[in-house]
Design a protein around this ligand. Structure first.
Ligand code: CP
Ligand code: NVA
Length: 300
């Protein structure tokens, strides 16, 4: 693995190895010096709570250090090309993590960087999030084998990485419950980006109550990603996809509610679900830290 821009950069075995080692390290060796004298540069074009803090603490708990770079603090794309910034940062840092408005920027960074690039979220994908999600499911359910995940709402960057993971045959099945309008938006976006993804291993549907009844995991994301403009017609279209007690009661008794966060309790999920007993959102957020450690160590 030279860079980690998408889940598809990892084989199925590599995905499971990272997750299993993260589970082991979380219990047995949360602090070490394995990244001593190593540094991580982090570039953010968008806000972040979890990604920023989990990466910063992950390298610190491994004995290394991080440098946080807001886009506006750099010459990036203004007085200096992305290529020159990439080459310069490569002289100082051992790994670069970037949260980018455009996936193309990440690909260009990876093209010119002499050190590995990790995607900390782009308009296309959020692979670090997916590893933390799958780690959480394994911790709770024991394995991904036979686990039915039902995604609700627009096919966001988080959903895209989940589809990528489903294509890696990790043992779970994925149903995407999404309005037709948003399915088309997703395909248009992929087309505009010149990207392809197989949906052979995924069920793509509007709300399918039979699949909901089989769900072990209900997963959703904000209806309006960073940079999107809220719109009342879209809210109305998505309202049936809001996860409330009624939807949770249609699922298996032990089903888990998951969300990448940040969440909007008046849109994609009700407070009683996200703050309720079936919610694993804090567990999932915590696992971001443990996954970041494995990613950092994989590159070092
Ligand atoms: N889930 C996630 O990436 O959260 P942040 O936007 O806070 O980093
Ligand atoms: N889809 C959301 C995920 C945030 C972690 C966004 O891009 O804003």
């Amino acid at each position: 693995m030279k860079n980690f821009l998408n889940i598809s950069d990892l084989s199925s075995d590599e995905c499971l190895r990272i997750i299993k080692t993260a589970i082991d390290r979380k219990i047995n060796k949360p602090h070490s010096n394995e990244a001593k004298n190593k540094s991580l540069a982090m570039i953010f074009e968008k806000n972040s709570t979890r990604t920023r803090i989990s990466f910063e603490l992950a390298i610190k708990q491994l004995g290394g250090l991080s440098i946080m770079l807001e886009k506006d603090q750099l010459h990036l794309g203004k007085r200096e090309t992305l290529a020159d910034t990439a080459k310069t940062l490569s002289q100082y840092a051992d790994i670069i993590m970037m949260r980018s408005n455009s996936h193309q920027t990440l690909e260009n960074l990876a093209k010119y960087s002499e050190v590995p690039i990790i995607n900390g979220l782009s308009d296309l994908s959020h692979p670090c999030q997916t590893l933390a999600t799958l780690m959480t499911i394994i911790e709770i359910k024991g394995s991904l084998d036979g686990v039915n995940i039902s995604w609700f709402g627009p096919i966001s960057n988080v959903a895209h990485s989940l589809i990528d993971a489903a294509n890696n045959d990790l043992g779970f099945t994925l149903t995407i419950h999404c309005p037709k309008y948003y399915q088309d938006i997703y395909f248009q976006k992929l087309n505009d980006m010149n990207k392809k993804i197989s949906l052979d291993k995924v069920s793509l549907t509007e709300i399918d109550e039979k699949k909901v009844a089989l769900a072990d995991v209900i997963y959703t994301d904000t209806w309006f990603s960073m940079g999107d403009i809220e719109d009342s017609t879209k809210i109305e279209m998505l309202t049936p996809y809001s996860i409330n007690k009624n939807i949770m009661s249609m699922t298996k008794k032990e089903s888990m509610f998951m969300h990448c966060l940040p969440a909007n309790r008046s849109q994609e999920v009700s407070a009683e679900v996200i703050d309720g007993e079936q919610s694993y959102v804090w567990h999932e957020a915590q696992n971001r830290l443990h996954i970041q450690k494995e990613l950092i160590l994989s590159f070092l």
